[in-house]
Design a protein around this ligand. Structure first.
Ligand SMILES: *Cc1c(COP(=O)(O)O)cnc(C)c1O
Length: 360
């Protein structure tokens, strides 16, 4: 068996320890005689899995008691609709447009009400985060929406926007559990887990209790009402049980590594190796303004599309996979999520040095 360094943006690398443990438990989960894939979601064993998973993410993020943690399906994209359906009481919301995912979320919300795009970085191909200290937040906005880490462009909000008292909703798909977070500053934090936590098929929503009501837009399906899932503790119907089980293991792995402070340190150390190299390279160039650089997704280019393609191909041959940039922007992108080991980033930089020498 040989594993590669997988720089995919998602689905993405998972901790090897977690995969090994899951493999060990595949045929017989702790004496139950069956796999977690095969067991009832109403069984004692699964009840323990989901209860512990919730408690562990609560511990990791310091989630206050007046927030619910929901394990849902439909991916992050389903939240683009679920958020307005549940939160747009005035049918007005403000969106900050920092990339494709925020753009898509805003477009979807337009089906349900008035969307004000109060800031955007599209003028410079989303290579920075706009100044959000004094935005024209709408008087009657039900919420202000951000995509906190922009997976495709490699930018991250280092400071949350000043929402002038309005509820903040954040898509954290690609920075979930990558550093400590003050949950109380948000109304809703959500993300698909396939970037930084677990297998595709689970989306985690952390939502303040006062935002969970029966007063949703007319026609909102039962399954797309937060209250349905909050009341049933994410067991209204069959949840993505195996995915939740793996997420639970990743939470325990993060705990064993020292929690979110330790994750942040580790992620900063990894990102520094790559950014430091990019800053002095004569061939490669980062595409994001320094102060807004993501710790998770690092896009870079040579400035020559043919050379970019050659790099991606030769890197793959060297065991460094999925370095091609998003199809809408080209170039390269290294996603260096929590589970990417430091050695993986060092191997990438060593390879880039060699490629630079050979191709300059
Ligand atoms: C990947 C991604 C999405 C889309 O996730 P799906 O689960 O495929 O719907 C949304 N937002 C961000 C920030 C992402 O990185």
């Amino acid at each position: 068996m040989s594993r590669v360094y997988n720089f995919s943006a998602g689905p993405a690398v998972l901790p090897e320890e977690v995969l090994r443990e899951a493999a060990d438990e595949m045929l017989d989960y702790r004496g139950t005689g069956m796999s977690v894939m095969e067991m009832s979601h109403r069984s004692k064993a699964f009840e323990q899995i989901i209860t512990e998973a919730e408690q562990d993410i609560r511990d990791l993020m310091g989630i206050p008691d007046n927030y619910k943690v929901l394990f849902l399906q439909g991916g992050a994209s389903q939240q683009f609709a679920m958020i307005p359906m549940n939160l747009m009481k005035n049918r007005v919301a403000d969106y900050i447009i920092t990339g494709q995912w925020a753009k898509k979320a805003a477009k979807e919300a337009e089906k349900y009400g008035k969307v004000n795009r109060i800031a955007s970085s599209e003028d410079k191909t989303f290579s920075y985060i706009p100044d959000c200290s004094d935005l024209p937040v709408s008087e009657d906005a039900d919420y202000v929406y951000i995509c906190e880490n922009n997976t495709i462009y490699g930018t991250k909000f280092k400071k949350l926007p000043n929402t002038k008292g309005k509820t903040l909703v954040a898509d954290v798909s690609s920075c979930f559990l990558s550093e400590p977070v003050d949950v109380a500053k948000y109304g809703v934090i959500y993300g698909g887990v396939q970037k930084n936590i677990g297998p595709a098929g689970v989306v985690i929503v952390i939502i303040r209790e006062d935002l969970i009501t029966e007063d949703v837009l007319p026609g909102t399906p039962t399954m797309l009402t937060y209250k349905t899932h909050a009341d049933a503790k994410s067991l209204y119907n069959t949840p993505p049980a195996y995915g939740i089980y793996i997420c639970g293991k990743v939470f325990k792995w993060i705990k064993s590594m020292g929690g979110l402070e330790a994750m942040k340190e580790r992620n900063e150390k990894k990102a520094k190796v790559l950014y430091d190299f990019l800053d002095q390279s004569r061939l490669f160039k980062g595409t994001v303004v320094k102060e807004d650089r993501s710790l998770m997704n690092v896009p870079f280019i040579t400035g020559n599309a043919d050379l970019d393609a050659k790099f991606v191909k030769e890197a793959k041959e060297a065991g460094l996979e999925n370095l091609k940039g998003h199809r809408t922007v080209g170039g390269m992108r290294a996603s260096i999520y929590n589970a990417m080991p430091y050695e993986g980033v060092v191997a990438l930089v060593e390879f880039m040095k060699k490629f630079e020498e050979e191709n300059l």
